[in-house]
Ligand binder design. Structure first.
Ligand code: 5GP
Ligand code: ZN
Length: 115
């Protein structure tokens, strides 16, 4: 697991590294995925570092609520409020960055074949 000082997404939150922020609220920020898989592909992350969504939910449920609210806001702006919110949890599920992030996917009719 990355320590926050090594964590790419913590560095986006702090501003140490630049990424274009497309939405934010008190506890979360949203930015576009560098390798988009759909017309809308934004990542929503808490400002505070947690490894995965279960750790976030256990430690700070209000922050998880802010994260979901921000996903909804971005999807309202860019995909008529219809979207998929995905939290890959663990390497076997495809998690490669260990600062919890929700993938907000939409802007087209989505298929259903994750495996
Ligand atoms: P995961 O595989 O952990 O579920 O998702 C990590 C996501 O972060 C991937 O979809 C990947 O494209 C995205 N990503 C990795 N590095 C960067 C980066 O430097 N900037 C942005 N905007 N996205 C990144
Ligand atoms: Zn982090």
């Amino acid at each position: 697991m990355s320590l926050p000082s090594d964590c790419l997404f913590c560095r986006f939150v702090s501003g140490e590294l630049h990424t274009e922020i497309v939405g934010q609220n008190q506890r979360a920020i949203a930015f576009r995925d560098i390798n988009p898989q759909a017309p809308l592909h934004v990542l929503v992350i808490p400002r505070e570092h947690f490894a995965d969504v279960a750790a976030l939910a256990a430690a700070d449920p209000e922050s998880l609520a802010d994260l979901v609210g921000l996903a909804q806001e971005v999807a309202m702006d860019e995909a008529d409020g219809e979207y998929r919110l995905i939290f890959n949890s663990g390497p076997a599920a495809g998690q490669s960055v260990f600062h919890v992030h929700g993938h907000v996917i939409g802007g087209t009719r989505l298929g259903w074949s994750p495996a």
